[in-house]
Design a protein around this ligand. Structure first.
Ligand code: SF4
Ligand code: SF4
Length: 362
């Protein structure tokens, strides 16, 4: 067995609990409960193992990771282990004092999600009155604490018209980076596809606006933008390739090659309570199954992009073709690409139904 390169990052999903209920949340439909969450000691061991394995950074994520009271302790531990520390947060449970404590513990970067620039719209998506105002306050606290700030916004048909306003807001908040995400149609988002799927016209306008803003704001704001799947001609390199860069650990300790990997029924996932991270990364069935290019059928097997996009997303292939080992249907070369075209045609021009919200986890 050839040894894989070490992972770039550990995605530490500390909890699935979250005060918000975004209808495109990437957490699984079956949210893990608080009673099964890993303990502080278990997370500290995993952080040590990730550093020993050669990971460079840890993203504390969720749900809402700041709901864990031990977050400062985990940040301190990760920092002492030599990991670059990033907090991916809704901001809701934080305040100035807590952010200062996290900075003092060694936190280096905060990625704060905003849902929209219009407060009432942002609060409607998050399903929490006052959420947007709180987030703006948190952005200010993050900058005052001297931490690097990325604003993340998931765009969809109901907020794309305010992309330019979001760019201005990110600059005004002192963010160094704006992550322009598009909805990934897994989990909760598939329940809301009709309410979220943008039109081709919206996407083309957005692409032009981003290109213009990138040139105009060079040196001020970095843009992180992956065009939305359904309007692309080739797929994204999902997770930078299966089992190549990221190692996701769920709140109860399941080690996953990506956050949606559990939707693939015939994969067996190891738990960090039972096996070391290094053992899982190198040998586990789930990580090896789609690693590299050996598993690829045609058209990917002989394609010259196979080590660029790694055949796209396995979970999307499963969802749209029933077979996780097929080419991602987003690819125009896939024999299943018609499904994407059909979905866009069926969805984009239709009226927008109300959201089906993510349920709160306990
Ligand atoms: S997407 Fe929304 S609901 Fe899901 S974890 Fe993030 S803030 Fe919470
Ligand atoms: S055929 Fe496969 S490897 Fe080639 S571009 Fe399409 S998805 Fe990527």
């Amino acid at each position: 067995m050839s040894m894989p390169e070490p992972p770039l990052a550990l995605l530490a999903e500390l909890t699935h609990r979250c005060p918000l209920q975004c209808p495109y949340c990437s957490n699984p439909l079956a949210l893990e409960g608080v009673e099964g969450e890993l303990s502080t000691e278990e997370w500290c061991r995993i952080l040590d193992e990730a550093a020993a394995l050669g990971a460079y950074q840890v993203h504390f994520s969720g749900g809402e990771p700041a709901l864990r009271k031990d977050l400062p302790k985990l940040v301190r531990h990760a920092s002492a282990a030599g990991l670059y520390t990033n907090l991916i947060t809704s901001g809701i449970p934080l305040n100035g004092e807590k952010i200062d404590a996290l900075a003092e513990a060694g936190l280096e970067h905060v990625q704060l999600s905003l849902q929209d620039t219009l407060p009432e719209e942002a609060d409607r998506v998050a399903k929490m009155p006052g959420a947007h105002a709180k987030k703006l306050e948190i952005a200010r606290c993050v900058r005052e604490a001297g931490l690097a700030l990325t604003i993340n916004c998931v765009f969809h048909r109901q907020n794309l018209e305010r992309l330019d306003a979001m760019i201005e807001l990110a600059v005004a908040l002192g963010a160094g980076r704006l992550e322009i995400a598009h909805v990934q149609y897994y989990g909760w988002a598939t329940e809301n596809r009709q309410a979220l799927l943008p039109s081709r016209d919206q996407i083309e306008k957005a692409n032009a606006l981003i290109a213009d803003a990138e040139a105009r704001l060079k040196g001020v704001l970095l843009f992180d933008h992956v065009p939305p799947d359904y309007y692309a001609r080739r797929p994204k390199a999902c997770m930078g390739g299966w089992g190549r860069q990221f190692l996701n650990v769920s709140p109860s300790g399941k080690a996953l090659p990506c956050h949606a990997a559990e939707t693939i029924p015939d994969l067996r996932f190891d738990n960090v309570r039972e096996r070391s991270l290094a053992d899982i990364w190198v040998k586990s069935d789930a990580f090896r199954r789609f690693r590299g290019t050996g598993w690829m059928p045609e058209p990917c097997g002989s394609c010259d992009r196979r080590e660029i996009d790694w055949g796209g997303c396995r979970c999307q292939a499963l969802m749209l073709t029933g077979d996780a080992a097929k080419a991602d249907p987003v690819c125009e070369l896939s024999p299943d690409h018609g499904r994407i075209l059909q979905m866009v045609e069926n969805g984009a021009g239709q009226e927008t139904p109300p959201f089906r919200y993510r349920r709160k986890a306990n």
